[in-house]
Design a protein around this ligand. Structure first.
Ligand code: PLP
Length: 384
């Protein structure tokens, strides 16, 4: 990576945080801020799940538990995947405080200094930071010319150019673009993974919003490590339960790492999650997705229609670089926050996408319409 790019990416995860913090500050001042910058579902956790947590407290499920998840949590995970026709066993499951520590643990175990980690861009910001923990070399593969999906032919080209990766990180449905790979696209990528014998981390945290509900990479490729979470599917971002599915030998190593650094899960959240898993997630945001797509169409803003996720990632090139207006994605986000009190995520947070913005559309329908109305008015000013 060129020195220029290196400096740019230093700011990657903080650009989003910056907007989030500024939005919160305005809110504290009493302004009516609408948050479209973070992926927090607006609907609360279901009552039956909350009741299970209360019951766990009353029955004293309040002591330390095994570091990679209690047995009954793992049984519930096994049952959840059985419904997806995916057979997994106890030893293949590593659960933790949300999925992020699991991704961190897996990367710690798999990728050492000098190994290459390929990440299709744009990407979920944590992938980048977590990949660099051990000094691995991150290789970004730009997907903007291919509908934001990694094509096998492009992957082959990158391998020819940069060498064989130790790990490829895939995320479908994708944050920030909302695009989703179908099984045949994944299978083509797995042909290369088998040929060159690399690991695939498949982040499937948004699968419940997918049209391919019964498909997971664990069914296609033996060196796939699946990452999943109850955060978005069950509106449980604050409960902090996520998990990974992987071969037993890798799981054993990841458990050692998480045992040292994270320790046991919140037992009350475990009980809530077990209850949650009795059914699949019930939320979908199709109405909001249609609202934003219609709005973008009307405004002739370029975007790829999201399939199974909570986000859309339009290109605002036409609104940048007017003489006095915002010049890049962070400036445009700050401008929209200031002028319309709507927080959106700057594209630079997700890689070299400095004319893009990410909109999270899991917000109340009326609030969302109001946000777009306000943005529309401000955008006119951006062009002056
Ligand atoms: C692609 C992706 N993976 C993982 C996570 C982390 O989820 P959690 O740590 O809440 O399980 C997120 C959160 O936004 C995400 O977008």
């Amino acid at each position: 990576m060129a020195e220029n790019d290196r400096n740019k990416y230093k700011a990657v995860s903080s650009a989003l945080e910056l907007i989030f913090l500024k939005a919160n500050k305005l809110e504290k001042k009493g302004l009516d801020v609408i948050h479209l910058e973070v992926g927090d579902p607006y609907k609360p956790t279901l009552d039956r799940i909350k009741q299970a947590a209360k019951k766990a407290i009353d029955s004293n499920r309040v002591f330390y538990a095994p570091a990679s998840g209690s047995d009954d949590l793992k049984e519930a995970i096994i049952e959840k995947y059985r419904r997806k026709q995916c057979k997994i066993c106890f030893e293949e499951i590593v659960a933790s405080h949300g999925s992020r520590p699991v991704i961190s643990g897996v990367l710690k175990v798999l990728a050492k200094k000098g190994d290459k980690i390929f990440i299709p861009a744009p990407f979920y910001p944590s992938f980048l930071g977590l990949s660099k923990q051990n000094g691995a070399q991150v290789v970004l593969v730009d997907t903007r010319n291919y509908g934001f999906k990694l094509k096998a032919a492009e992957l082959q080209k990158k391998i020819n150019e940069m060498g064989i990766p130790k790990v490829l990180i895939l995320n479908s449905p994708n944050n920030p673009t909302g695009v989703e790979y179908d099984r045949s696209e994944m299978e083509k990528i797995c042909v290369l993974a088998r040929k060159y014998d690399f690991w695939i981390i498949s982040d499937e945290c948004y699968q419940s919003f997918s049209k391919n509900k019964h498909f997971t990479m664990r069914q296609i490729y033996s060196k796939a490590i699946v990452i999943d979470s109850c955060s978005k599917e069950y509106s449980m971002t604050g409960w902090r339960i996520g998990w990974g599915l992987m071969s037993e030998d890798i799981a054993a190593e990841v458990k050692k790492y998480l045992g040292l650094f994270v320790s046991s899960l919140c037992t009350i959240s475990e009980a809530a999650t077990i209850e949650a898993f009795k059914e699949d997630g019930v939320y979908n945001y199709e109405v909001q997705k249609n609202i934003i797509c219609d709005w973008l169409d009307k405004k002739r803003i370029d975007y790829v229609r999201p399939e199974g996720c909570l986000y859309v990632f339009p290109d605002f090139s036409n609104y940048l670089k007017s003489r006095n207006g915002p010049q890049n994605s962070l400036a445009l986000s700050e401008f929209l926050l200031k002028k319309s009190q709507v927080a959106v995520a700057p594209g630079i947070a997700f890689g070299d996408y400095d004319s893009y913005l990410r909109f999270c559309f899991c917000v109340d329908e009326n609030k969302f319409k109001e946000a777009l109305c306000r943005i529309e008015k401000s955008l006119v000013k951006a062009l002056i």
